[in-house]
Design a protein. Structure first.
Length: 497
């Protein structure tokens, strides 16, 4: 009852209600515009929440996130351009439907699928998180070290293009996390006499430099390509019947479970779940040849799964303190600023905030569905925002955000430095997710490693404790498994030749 009273208190505040509505609207806009995303919205507006109460900050940031993920399908359906990585598979069916004059039907499917994925993932998330937190109480520093290491190696293993580049990015993230005072003897490390980074590198400066500013500059360098015109005349009515939804229930449940599971795995998130669920729907279909030509099945699978990953990624964040994806990593950083630490003790120390998170996800799912259903005819106008207005505005927001986090120009210069690092990474096709996850988890890895050595003083304990051994072996296999598969494939080719 205490938690219910707290949540009701937060949502009876006029300011919080306004933040909730504004956050969802901004999130939808960021999700709809190609090149932006809900994650970028959270990143850009996160510094503005540092002066808010923790409840207001959670409501605003979660609203931005839900709106961004849910709004990502708009550009995919109307333009054939993914609004975010979580809507790549949506393009494959949504845009062909638009070209056949079924834009309203495609948007309605996207709206309802996003609603189902977000709402029920929040319900399941709040049911599972506390149970997982209870299990986590039995874990020692060996298990936490192994779990964090496994989280990083899983992200490295799915790095696009080259796993060694993912490993290099993760190593850079761990190196950056070690800048500042040592946790044991407070000796300055890699500060070069600069007092501004004695407490460590500023999270906002690193995030905005590597992710936001670098992306803006690289997009600007590509020039302004004309945005395809969308057909707003066909955006009438709902275009769906109850029978259309009922016939998809197996596909919906399967895609929901895929999204929830992939969201739970550290570092995976909606960007992977929508493609996996789409492939599963195609493999299970009686008419796989219709995929890619505008079929409902693929659209349901993509949008249910990428929104289900939201609740899935919140589970490890709240119960274990491990970010499920890029956005939850940012949320952990924002909560840290407010003195809130995620993990098994979070339900004891900050249970009201945890339940507020899941409540906001559920309420935002409802609000976003209403806003999108009544605002379908406005979507084409959102997509016509000129880049030459958008990109400079985002750049200014980044610079202001970096300054207001500490009222210190040092963070602005630090952000510009990391923007250069981000540009080099983009040119070198190095994935940024391993860097972010390693930077966030670096202090946790170091602290638990030092605790483990203080208790036993030997490496073997990491492999003699059963749970820790499972995590350590999983981390090792996730690194070497791709290389082993490659060697075995080459051997099979030579034997069959």
């Amino acid at each position: 009852m205490e938690y219910v009273n707290f949540i009701l208190g937060e949502y009876t505040s006029i300011i919080n209600i306004m933040l909730w509505i504004i956050g969802n609207v901004i999130g939808i806009i960021f999700g709809a515009i190609p090149g932006l995303s809900g994650a970028m919205a959270v990143m850009l507006f996160m510094p503005l929440t540092f002066t808010m109460s923790s409840g207001s900050a959670i409501i605003f940031l979660i609203s931005l996130w839900i709106g961004g993920v849910s709004g990502g399908f708009i550009g995919s359906v109307l333009l054939g351009i993914p609004g975010s990585p979580s809507s790549v598979a949506t393009c494959w069916e949504g845009y062909p439907m638009t070209k056949k004059g079924l834009a309203s039907r495609a948007l309605s499917i996207g709206i309802l699928a996003s609603f189902v994925g977000s709402l029920f993932s929040a319900i399941i998330g709040v049911m599972l998180s506390q149970q997982i937190a209870k299990i986590a109480f039995a874990m020692g520093p060996w298990e936490y070290f192994g779990l964090c290491l496994l989280a990083i190696t899983l992200v490295i293993a799915i790095s696009k293009g080259n796993m060694f580049k993912g490993l290099a990015a993760a190593s850079l993230g761990l190196l950056l996390s070690s800048v500042g005072a040592s946790p044991i003897d407070a000796v300055a490390r890699f500060t070069f006499g600069n007092i501004n980074i004695y407490g460590g590198l500023n999270l906002t400066a690193v995030l905005m430099g590597v992710f936001a500013i670098s992306s803006i500059i690289v997009d600007f360098s590509k020039g302004y390509e004309p945005i395809p015109k969308s057909d707003s005349a066909s955006l009438k009515g709902i275009g769906l019947k109850m029978a259309d939804i009922v016939t998809q229930w197996v596909n919906i449940v399967r895609s929901f479970l895929i999204g929830l599971w992939i969201g739970f795995l550290p570092g995976m998130g909606a960007g992977l779940s929508n493609v996996v669920a789409y492939s599963a729907a195609k493999n299970a279909s009686r008419t796989p040849e219709m995929f890619g030509k505008g079929i409902d099945d693929g659209l349901w699978a993509s949008e249910v799964s990428n929104n289900a990953a939201i609740g899935g990624s919140l589970i490890p964040m709240t119960a274990l303190g491990i970010p499920g994806d890029t956005t939850t990593a940012m949320l952990i950083g924002a909560l840290t600023i407010h003195g809130l630490e995620m993990g098994p003790m979070a339900f004891t120390n900050s249970g009201d905030i945890i339940y507020l998170m899941y409540t906001t996800v559920a309420l935002s799912a409802i609000l976003v569905a209403i806003l999108q259903m009544f605002g379908k005819r406005v979507f084409p106008y959102i997509l016509r925002v000129p880049n030459h207005f958008l990109q400079p505005s985002l750049l200014v927001i980044c610079l202001i955000s970096a300054y207001i986090t500490s009222s210190n120009m040092a963070n602005v210069w630090l952000m510009i430095l990391f923007a250069i690092v981000g540009i080099v990474m983009i040119i070198g096709k190095m994935p940024s997710s391993p860097l972010l996850l390693a930077f966030i988890l670096g202090p946790t890895i170091e602290q638990n490693m030092l605790k483990a050595f203080q208790y036993t003083g030997t490496v073997s304990t990491f492999f003699t404790r059963p749970v820790s051994a499972v995590f350590m072996i999983g981390a090792i296999l996730s690194i070497f498994a791709p290389a082993v598969r490659y060697v075995l494939a080459r051997i099979r080719q030579q034997l069959s030749a």
